[in-house]
Design a protein around this ligand. Structure first.
Ligand SMILES: Nc1ncnc2c1ncn2[C@@H]1O[C@H](COP(=O)(O)OP(=O)(O)OP(=O)(O)O)[C@@H](O)[C@H]1O
Ligand SMILES: [Mg+2]
Length: 471
């Protein structure tokens, strides 16, 4: 509204002044054109010195004056030179109008030049022209013409009235359109603000208003709905994670507590059953180890969720695999498994975080050792083409088709691990670590007994010095 009115006001100020000025000038120019040299010559040719005494001369002058008045629509005077030293002018014809001071006529006499100006006559604005000329009698006279320009202020007034009406119409229109529009906009924004405030308290259960209008506020509302959706699913995942994690913690803790109670009861006896007590301690120890592993896995997941930065440096996979396999020697021997490292004669350089790569290999070997039947082989194979790859194959039961992807989800365990300890976190941690290093961890699509998991990583150029860094 303010803009509309201000625009019209500025336009009025910048237009009306110059308009009036140019209209006046146009009027002046028109008058000058009407009073051409021929007009003045016609007056100069008259016997002006006889006007006072000769009726014929006077009639002739009156005829010319009247003709000129008709042609120009102006008042016309023929004035004789003022008496020396005086400013009073004497009109030959017609009688001088009292309101006219004839300042321009005096100036024209003095300067001997035509004087064009504006003046007021009886409250009417006039364009004045005073043209000096010398008549047949060698005396000087002035032809004075006064043309009313009353229609110019009228025209300017009409234009300014048009501006005023336009301003009022613009104001009314902007009020009629603007008030409902801005009220609607404010209502929509207020609704969004209230929703955003509610969302800060609780994500679930808050209804984000559906805004189908295709404008910025509509976009904002849809973005808020998407944000609520995402926050909702994140919140859901967090709740599920916390409840599953606490359930997983409670089970071994309860069994640990039960075992310790049994042990305490056993030891109250003066002659405790030592064999039973040893077995209980052994089982309690296993549960404590299980809890320790779960705590470590949860810590890994929280680091992944917190986006703790992984290193990105050349990692030599042959040496790293050798070192990690050595850690599993005891486990493989106990299960009568044979572990082999294939295609590791030359160095294989990948880009990644050494400790994360080692952790993924441990996760894969841990699974393979669990499922591998006694006497079977666990093979770690290094690949260079088409990408840098590290595969762990076993001869266990393999993974059923419908579980191929879910086994990579947090707390998801497959059907073929019944009876085996575990939380279903290993592969989830492994896949997220691999992705954070710009690689992937997949279950190979392979027919035959056993399963092959492959870690693929970006290749790295071999550094000049072998760092032999093993996590
Ligand atoms: N080599 C394998 N052969 C057959 N199935 C496997 C193999 N590795 C993993 N799985 C299946 O994938 C599931 C998920 O494995 P993951 O390592 O994530 O969890 P887990 O071994 O059960 O427990 P955790 O590793 O947390 O101790 C396992 O429960 C198992 O069913
Ligand atoms: Mg595992």
């Amino acid at each position: 509204m303010v803009t509309a009115v201000a625009t019209l006001a500025i336009a009025a100020v910048t237009l009306l002044g110059p308009l009036e000025h140019s209209l006046r000038n146009a009027e002046k120019v028109t008058l000058s054109k009407e009073l051409n040299a021929g007009t003045v010559r016609a007056f100069a040719a008259l016997p002006l010195d006889l006007v006072e005494s000769d009726v014929v001369a006077r009639t002739e002058l009156r005829r010319r004056v009247t003709a000129l008045q008709r042609r120009t629509g102006a008042s016309v005077y023929v004035l004789a030179a003022p008496v020396a030293g005086s400013t009073a002018v004497h009109s030959l014809l017609p009688a001088i109008d009292d309101g006219d001071t004839f300042g321009d006529v005096i100036q024209a006499y003095r300067t001997r030049r035509t004087v064009r100006s504006f003046g007021q006559l009886d409250g009417t604005e006039v364009a004045r022209e005073a043209i000096p000329f010398t008549a047949r009698d060698h005396r000087r006279y002035v032809l004075a013409v006064r043309k009313p320009i009353g229609e110019i202020p009228g025209a300017v007034h009409a234009v300014s009235r048009a501006f005023l009406y336009a301003a009022l119409a613009g104001l009314a229109l902007s009020l009629i359109l603007g008030i409902p529009l801005s009220a609607r906009l404010v209502r929509r924004l207020r609704r969004l603000r209230e929703t955003a405030l509610k969302l800060t308290d609780a994500v679930a259960g808050v209804e984000v208003p559906v805004d189908r209008v295709h404008d910025e506020v509509g976009d904002l509302s849809r973005a808020l709905a998407t944000m609520q959706d995402r926050l909702g699913s994140q919140e859901q995942a967090r709740r599920e994670f916390v409840s599953t994690a606490s359930h997983e913690l409670r089970t071994p803790l309860a069994s640990l507590e039960g075992m310790l109670e049994l042990l305490r009861d056993d030891l109250k006896d003066d002659h405790p059953d030592l064999q039973d007590a040893r077995a209980l301690v052994e089982r309690a120890h296993a549960q404590a180890r299980r809890l320790g592993r779960l705590a470590a896995d949860l810590l890994d997941l929280s680091r992944i969720d917190a986006h703790v930065q992984l290193r990105s440096e050349p990692v030599e996979l042959s040496e790293l695999s050798r070192a990690v396999l050595a850690e599993f020697e005891l486990g493989t021997e106990r299960n009568a498994l044979v572990s082999t490292l294939r295609d590791a004669d030359t160095a294989v350089w990948a880009l990644g975080d050494p400790s994360a790569v080692a952790q993924i290999l441990r996760i894969l070997l841990d699974n393979a050792v669990r499922v591998g039947p006694p006497g079977s082989e666990i093979a770690v194979t290094l690949g260079r083409e088409p990408a840098i790859a590290l595969s762990v194959s076993d001869q266990g039961p393999g993974v059923p088709e419908d579980e191929r992807e879910v086994i990579f989800e947090r707390f998801h365990r497959g059907s073929n691990t019944a009876g085996q300890a575990g939380f279903g976190l290993g592969l989830a941690i492994g896949r997220e670590l691999a992705q954070r290093m710009g690689g992937e961890l997949v279950l190979e699509d392979r027919i035959g007994p056993g399963a092959t998991f492959t870690l693929r990583l970006p290749a790295a150029p071999a550094p000049e010095q072998d760092p032999l860094a093993v996590a």
